[in-house]
Ligand binder design. Structure first.
Ligand code: CP
Length: 334
């Protein structure tokens, strides 16, 4: 799979305050409630790491001597690896805790696990957990910055940021774009973080799902809901597909994968309803042949799926860098 090259954005430094005031938070537990300029600041900070990551020598010493713990209570490929690569490229010592091989399996509580990580004097803890709110619970108990790597159906903030960076580098501006997010909106933390980020930055966000997979209060998030994917796609600049999250479903939410694909799958024919240069995105992991056809996912000039993964490393480097400033003796969160 290939993806088109990007046009790096020049940044928006006139739109946020100088220094640590541009992101005055200890933790990154979600994108809800962040100001447009706080989001823009993180996107701008990430751009330098996009450039570094494309060079043959990719390591700097900015976080030398710091310890970052990645505590993953749920499976991950992209997020875990990119946080690990991000920490290492910034020169930190990075350790990974996989819940399946930890004392969580012996019955240790989340709070006791958090207190144990805290006692090891980590300088930042990155957490993925299957329960919405678990990351905030840990953030309330520990002394260092906490980064949410996805909690239940709640948020996946670095995914929202990396998607915004991918869109901005391809389209130049996010404000005014028509962005369709289609799939299992109900169970998707990716959808929620993208909605918070993209609406805050001025995009016209349309969400599309079968009625059973659409949250009842979705319009409160300032998006336009659709149950007809063809109608949602009309004139779209960006089409972001999500997988069915079977692991979070109790009971039957769709009649069958075949019928779901027929109504909500992205095929070449259906993509033709969007703008001719509409971007195709997917956070992964993909279920090819269900929510997206392979010949769409692999479109060389339209699919940005591998570019999303690339931007993920840069965004995670930016977040680790910004949130550990205080640990490095710099001006940071109050
Ligand atoms: N997009 C995403 O969160 O992928 P992983 O589950 O592989 O981390």
């Amino acid at each position: 799979m290939t993806s088109p090259d990007t046009r790096p954005h020049q940044g928006s430094p006139d739109r946020y305050p100088a220094g640590s005031a541009a992101f005055p938070h200890r933790d990154l537990t979600g994108l809800a409630g962040l100001a447009p300029w706080e989001l823009l600041y993180l996107l701008d900070e990430a751009q330098q790491w996009v450039e570094l990551n494309r060079q043959s020598h990719k390591r700097v010493d900015r976080l030398k001597g710091l310890t970052i713990i990645n505590a993953f209570f749920e499976n991950s490929t992209r997020t875990l690896l990119s946080f690990e690569i991000a920490g290492k490229r910034l020169g930190a010592d990075v350790v990974n805790m996989h819940a399946a091989q930890s004392s969580v399996k012996k019955g240790e509580t989340l709070i006791d696990t958090a207190m144990t990580l805290n006692a090891m004097h980590a300088d930042a803890i990155v957490i993925r957990h299957q329960s919405s709110g678990a990351v905030q619970l840990i953030a309330d108990k520990v002394d260092c910055p906490v980064l949410n790597a996805g909690d239940g159906q709640h948020e996946h903030p670095t995914q929202g940021l990396l998607d915004a960076l991918t869109i901005r580098n391809a389209k130049g501006e996010i404000a005014g774009l028509k962005i369709v997010i289609c799939g299992d909106i109900l169970h998707s933390r990716v959808a929620r973080s993208n909605i918070h980020c993209l609406t805050t930055l001025g995009a016209d966000v349309r969400v599309c799902a079968p009625p059973a997979l659409m949250p009842a209060d979705i319009e409160a998030l300032k998006v336009t809901p659709f149950h007809d994917f063809n109608a949602a796609l009309a004139g779209a600049d960006v089409v972001m597909m999500l997988r069915l999250q079977q692991e979070r479903m109790e009971g039957q939410f769709i009649p069958s994968p075949r019928e779901y694909r027929h109504l909500f799958g992205l095929s070449l024919d259906r993509l033709a309803r969007a703008k001719p240069d509409a971007m195709v995105m997917h956070p992964g992991p993909m279920n090819r042949g269900i929510e997206i056809d392979s010949n769409v996912a692999d479109l060389a000039d339209r699919s940005h799926i591998t570019r999303q993964v690339e931007m993920g490393v840069a965004i995670r480097m930016a977040c680790l860098d910004v949130l550990t400033r205080k640990a490095r003796g710099l001006e940071g969160w109050a």
